[in-house]
Write a protein that binds this ligand. Structure first.
Ligand code: SF4
Length: 358
């Protein structure tokens, strides 16, 4: 059963590392966006009942309950199997949490990134570790116990000691789910472009080395496993039964419908991408469509630790790269599946690249 994604690209500030099409916009545009978003959902012809809902962004948790309600009420299928709200720490109040529970939200993903104040401040965020503790309590009081905490390995000034401090906080808070992302360096974020041009703003001169970042990641894999939070996807870890049902649809190439600026949809055959910029979305520019790529099963599906089951057609198309990566110890195969090895996870971009270019 498919999922629904709602994009809400408005934030209180633009974080230095963020390469999403999100930002700070005038209030008037936010209001027009909400109207356009609701319209897009309402005119959609539902050929199936949504099973999962995901509000991402941006910072949808900044939405007050009143404007949030019509957006969620326009989506059929309630009660959904899982409905996630992405939240920036510092934006959760008891009133919002109560409204979320009432509207069917049962999972909250907190973009914590770090529990170390000096690291958080440099990214432009304002929360503290105590903010996260307090807001998880507020959510728990409303019965929302399925919480994800996001961490970024590779922030400016991060060291083995500060990374450990963040992992210690995770252990104390004992969430159901944790995502660990490695810092992405590209032109789409202020920090990324500063690093690429060799500058020092935003702490660009104090980024941990690639080896250090790989060590942080490995340490997280080990520490989280010790807490009973196992890795099920390259960046995602969960207690038994708490894998993100919505995100699993992306990795398993199941259908989903995306609404809002830069939202993607997939019906099993064709991918559709809404206009990336807010302006183009508000002008109702047409979405871009393209057929699914035969290599997707590999570079998307192999992100899952359970791996994929190659078909005869996959075998014919990708026999060369599969053999090469198995011989190099980056992929392993048995009677049931083809999956990344521990080393393959660390070099997964190289592996995926091969299936992209075949
Ligand atoms: S990281 Fe999150 S809160 Fe920060 S600018 Fe990006 S979407 Fe907004």
């Amino acid at each position: 059963m498919p999922g629904v994604y709602l994009s809400y690209p408005f934030c209180a500030q633009k974080c230095t590392y963020c390469n999403f099409a999100s930002g700070v916009f005038p209030r008037e545009r936010e209001q027009r966006y909400r109207e356009a978003l609701e319209r897009e959902i309402r005119v959609h012809r539902w050929e199936w009942r949504p099973e999962t809902v995901y509000l991402g962004g941006g910072t949808p948790s900044n939405l007050e309950p009143e404007p949030l309600r019509p957006l969620l009420e326009a989506i059929p299928g309630r009660p959904w199997q899982e409905a996630t709200m992405e939240a920036a720490p510092g934006s959760i109040t008891a009133e919002k949490a109560r409204a979320w529970a009432d509207l069917g939200i049962d999972r909250v993903s907190l973009g914590v990134q770090s529990f170390v104040e000096a690291e958080i401040r440099r990214t432009g965020r304002k929360h503290t570790a105590e903010t996260v503790v307090r807001e998880m309590q507020i959510l728990g009081q409303q019965g929302i116990v399925n919480c994800n905490l996001d961490l970024i390995a590779g922030l400016p000034g991060q060291s083995a000691a500060t990374w450990r401090e963040s992992l210690d906080w995770v252990e104390r808070l004992a969430p159901a789910h944790v995502s660990v992302y490695m810092l992405e360096v590209d032109e789409d974020s202020r920090l990324g472009s500063e690093i690429l041009r060799g500058g020092r703003r935003y702490g660009a001169g104090e980024i941990p080395s690639d080896d250090q970042i790989a060590d942080f990641y490995e340490e997280a894999v080990e520490r989280l496993a010790g807490m009973g939070i196992g890795r099920y996807e390259i960046s995602n870890f969960a207690r038994a039964g708490f894998d993100s049902r919505h995100n699993l649809k992306y990795w398993k190439l199941q259908p989903y419908a995306g609404f809002g600026a830069d939202a993607h949809s997939f019906d099993g055959r064709v991918r559709r991408r809404n206009p990336e910029s807010l302006e183009d979305y508000l002008k109702a520019a047409a979405p871009v469509e393209e057929p699914a790529d035969p290599g997707e099963r590999f570079y998307v599906g192999l992100r899952l630790m359970e791996g994929i089951r190659p078909t005869a057609q996959d075998g014919a198309l990708f026999d060369g790269p599969i053999r090469r990566f198995v011989d190099a110890g980056l992929l392993e195969t048995d009677a049931s599946a083809l999956r990344l090895t521990g080393r393959g996870v660390l070099l997964s971009n190289e592996v995926f690249q091969e299936f992209l270019t075949v």
